[in-house]
Design a protein around this ligand. Structure first.
Ligand SMILES: O=C(CO)COP(=O)(O)O
Ligand SMILES: [Zn+2]
Length: 215
């Protein structure tokens, strides 16, 4: 992997982090972003960093053995990201946010833990699909990795109970788009609660899945 690629990805993480933060999609020092590198390692946002003010040079770089090569100490959710990558060789990036409406859905007692948000729109089906709920764990709890491992092979996105979404994508751009779609659909879902909305039919969902393959 060239120095040029490494620098480009660092810049991209900082740019998307700022964009997400500036639009209020995660607050304070919450959330984290990672990218898989061609040499088998990873770039990850440092722990306790604000996604809106990342210094590209201080982003953590891990080698394929998960050792820190340079930058600050990585996010405390690094094992969560690594557990998802382990199940999803096709995924090149992961975004975790505390996006308000997605977090709100993750706190509702009556949601279906197998699929937290119904297929309200085509773009939700295309970018996110079925969204399982992962039972509550403390942030940074290493057993969270085990909890997502069983789900991440089949699902590019999972929702951590009383916490927030974890979304994988082929590229960082794809993971960001999917996270944004999830947040907006969570907002729609909350707006439509109690109104018995018309959802897409099984046939409409199947057609979208066949036509727009998610990674
Ligand atoms: O969202 C977070 C924990 O779940 C933020 O943690 P880090 O600051 O360690 O990335
Ligand atoms: Zn978090």
């Amino acid at each position: 992997m060239s120095v040029h690629d490494d620098n480009r990805l660092r810049e991209q993480i900082a740019m998307f982090g700022q964009s997400l933060f500036d639009r209020g999609l995660t607050m304070g020092s919450s959330g984290n972003i990672s990218v898989r590198l061609a040499d088998g390692g990873w770039l990850m946002t440092p722990t306790n960093a604000c996604l809106g003010r990342l210094d590209p040079a201080r982003i953590s770089r891990l080698d394929s053995e998960r050792r820190l090569l340079d930058g600050d100490r990585p996010t405390k959710e690094s094992f969560l990201h690594l557990a998802v990558y382990g199940e999803r060789p096709q995924s090149g990036a992961i975004v975790h946010l505390h996006s308000t409406h997605s977090v709100a859905v993750s706190c509702l007692p009556e949601i279906d833990p197998g699929d937290c948000i119904p297929p309200l729109t085509a773009y939700y089906v295309m970018r996110v699909g079925k969204l399982p709920l992962v039972p509550y764990h403390m942030p940074g709890d290493p057993t969270l990795g085990d909890a997502v491992r069983g789900l991440a092979g089949k699902h590019s996105a999972v929702l951590l109970a009383n916490h927030g979404p974890v979304v994988a994508g082929k590229s960082l751009e794809a993971a960001v788009y999917a996270t944004e779609e999830l947040e907006e659909t969570a907002r729609l879902f909350l707006l439509l609660r109690g109104q018995n909305p018309r959802c897409l039919s099984d046939a409409q969902v199947a057609e979208l899945e066949a036509r727009f393959l998610r990674d």
